[in-house]
Design a protein around this ligand. Structure first.
Ligand SMILES: Nc1ncnc2c1ncn2[C@@H]1O[C@H](COP(=O)(O)OP(=O)(O)OP(=O)(O)O)[C@@H](O)[C@H]1O
Ligand SMILES: [Mg+2]
Length: 460
C-alpha cells in the first residue's frame, strides 16, 4: 500500500503552533485567575476604607431611615449602636447583617443573596458594617479579568503566523537544495553546494556529493568501456565485411540466400557498433566549443534527401511544412545525427503509404525542429522510457534501441529540450519536438553542456 508523503514543514508548524498555543492559553488562564483575585482584594480594601471613614468622620452622613433599596451595584453601610435591636443608621433598610459577626471580613447570606461584609467595632462600641453583593463583585472581577484576556485572542493567531513564517524561511534552504538536486542528471553530475546550509544538513549533502562523485566515476568507466569496445570491434568487423565482399563471387547458388543473411547480420552489427560509438561521443563530458553555426533548415533538407529512398520504398509522403531560417551553435555532425535519428524513426515506424512532415521555426529565441508522422505512436506510459538505451517497444520492426538515446545525449550536451507527444489532432502518430537556443541567444549554461532544460513529456 502506498503511504501518503507527509510534509515535515506542516508537521513542524502544527507541533510548534500547538505547543505555543497551549503555553499561551495556560498563561492566559492563570492571568485571568490572578486578575480576579486582584480585583477582589481591591474591592475588599475599598470596603475596609469606607468602614474606617464612616467610623472616623462620616457617621452622621448615613441616614437614620433609608427610603428603600439602593442600586444593586452600590455598597451598603450599616451603623449599630449599643443596646439597639435594629441598625441606628443604614443606607438600605431592606438588608440587615449579623451584628455579632467577628470583626473583619465575612461572607453572609442575607435576603437570598451572598454578601461580602466588613465589620468594624468603634471605640464607643458602635459597630460599622460595610457590605457589597458577591454577585456584583464577581461581575466586576470577571469583566476586568476578561479585558486582560483580549490580547491573547490576537496573540494566538500571531504565534501561528510567526511559526509558519519561521518554518517557511528555514525550509527555503531545503528548497534550494532540492532545485540543485533536480538539475542533476547523467549529463550534469555536479556536487551540491553546501554554502549557506545549516550544519545539520552538511553531513547529508556530503554523503550525496560522495555518491555523485562515485556515480560520475562509474558512468565515465562505463562510457569509456563502451567507446573502447565499439572501437575495438570496428576493425574485425571491417575485415569481416571485406572477406565477405571477396567471397561474393565464389558462393554457390544454393548458398546465396544464407550468404545474404550473413551479410545483413554483418551490416547490422557494423551499424550497432557505429551507433555505440556515436552514443559514447555524445555522452562524453568533454564539450568542444562549436565554431560552426549550421542553418537548421539546410541540415533538415539534406537529411530528408538522404532518407528519400527509404521513404519512396515505403510509399511514404515525406514533406516539409514551414522551414524558417534558424541558426544554432551546435556542431553540424551532432545536429545531423539528431535529425537523422528522428526522421529515420518516423519513416521506420510509419506504415506504408503514410506521411511524415517536418517543420523548422524560431520562437522566443529558440529554434524548433518538429517531426510528425502517421505511425502508431508510443504508449503514453513508455514515452519517457524510449530514451533509455536498448529500450524498444516495437519489436516487429528492426532496430537496436539506441537512436533516441543518442538524440537525448545530443540534446543534453547542447542545452536543448526534446518532447515526444502522441498526436491528439484526430490522427494517429507521433510528434517529436526538439528545441535549441538560436545562435547568439544562448545562456552560459546552454552552450557548455550545463544544466540543460530537457523535457521528455507525454502528450499535449
Ligand atoms: N516515430 C515513432 N513512432 C513509433 N514508435 C517510435 C517512434 N520513434 C521511436 N519509437 C519507439 O521507440 C523505440 C526506441 O527508438 P530508438 O530510435 O531509440 O530505437 P530503434 O529505432 O528501435 O533503433 P535504432 O537504434 O536503430 O534507432 C523504438 O523501438 C520504437 O518502438
Ligand atoms: Mg530509431
Amino acid at each position: 500500500m502506498k503511504s501518503k508523503a507527509r510534509s515535515l514543514g506542516t508537521q513542524l508548524v502544527l507541533s510548534l503552533g500547538i505547543v505555543l498555543s497551549i503555553f499561551t492559553i495556560t498563561q492566559a488562564i492563570s492571568s485571568y485567575d490572578l486578575a480576579r483575585v486582584g480585583v477582589n482584594a481591591v474591592l475588599d480594601s475599598r470596603l475596609s476604607n469606607v468602614a474606617q471613614r464612616v467610623r472616623d468622620m462620616f457617621e452622621d452622613a448615613i441616614p437614620r431611615h433609608s427610603a428603600g433599596s439602593l442600586n444593586a451595584d452600590d455598597i451598603v453601610v450599616l451603623v449599630w449602636e449599643p443596646g439597639l435591636e435594629r441598625p441606628a443608621r443604614t443606607t438600605d433598610s431592606a438588608v440587615i447583617f449579623d451584628r455579632d459577626a467577628a470583626p473583619g471580613f465575612s461572607d453572609q447570606f442575607v435576603n437570598r443573596e451572598a454578601w461580602r461584609v466588613y465589620t468594624l467595632v468603634a471605640p464607643d462600641n458602635d459597630v460599622v458594617q460595610v457590605a457589597q453583593r458577591i454577585s456584583v463583585r464577581q461581575r466586576m472581577a470577571e469583566a476586568s479579568a476578561f479585558r486582560g484576556l483580549l490580547p491573547v485572542f490576537i496573540l494566538i493567531p500571531a504565534v501561528w503566523l510567526a511559526v509558519y513564517v519561521c518554518v517557511r524561511r528555514s525550509f527555503r534552504v531545503l528548497k534550494r537544495l532540492g532545485q540543485q538536486a533536480r538539475a542533476i542528471d547523467s549529463a550534469h553530475l555536479v556536487p551540491l553546494s553546501a554554502r549557506g546550509l545549516p550544519v545539520e544538513l552538511i553531513p547529508f549533502v556530503c554523503s550525496i556529493n560522495r555518491m555523485i562523485r562515485r556515480l560520475d566515476a562509474s558512468m565515465k568507466l562505463e562510457r569509456d568501456f563502451i567507446a573502447d569496445a565499439a572501437h575495438e570491434l570496428r576493425t574485425p568487423l571491417t575485415a569481416l565485411k571485406l572477406q565477405a565482399d571477396n567471397l561474393e563471387g565464389d558462393i554457390a547458388p544454393s548458398s546465396e540466400e544464407r550468404f545474404r543473411a550473413l551479410r545483413q547480420t554483418i551490416d547490422r552489427t557494423s551499424q550497432l557498433v557505429a551507433q555505440l560509438l556515436q552514443l559514447a561521443r555524445a555522452d562524453s563530458q568533454v564539450v568542444e566549443t562549436a565554431t560552426d553555426e549550421p542553418e537548421v533548415t539546410h541540415v533538415v533538407t539534406s537529411v530528408v534527401a538522404d532518407l528519400l529512398p527509404i521513404a519512396r520504398a515505403k510509399g511514404i509522403d515525406i514533406g516539409a511544412g514551414k522551414l524558417s531560417a534558424a541558426k544554432v551553435r551546435i556542431p553540424e555532425s551532432d545536429l545531423r545525427a539528431l535529425v537523422k535519428n528522428l526522421v529515420d524513426n518516423a519513416l521506420r515506424y510509419t506504415p506504408e503509404w503514410g506521411s511524415v512532415n517536418l517543420r523548422v521555426f524560431a520562437v522566443h529565441g529558440r529554434a524548433h525542429i518538429e517531426v510528425t508522422d502517421t505511425g502508431p505512436g508510443i504508449p503514453d506510459a513508455l514515452l519517457t522510457r524510449v530514451f533509455d538505451r536498448f529500450f524498444r517497444c516495437n519489436h516487429g520492426v528492426e532496430g537496436s534501441g539506441l537512436g533516441l538515446a543518442i538524440v537525448r545525449a545530443i540534446v543534453q550536451r547542447h542545452g536543448g529540450t526534446i518532447s515526444l507527444h502522441n498526436r491528439r489532432d484526430g490522427q494517429n502518430g507521433l510528434r517529436a519536438v526538439v528545441t535549441f537556443a538560436l545562435a547568439g541567444c544562448e545562456t552560459p549554461g546552454q552552450i557548455r553542456g550545463g544544466p540543460c532544460v530537457t523535457a521528455f513529456s507525454g502528450h499535449v
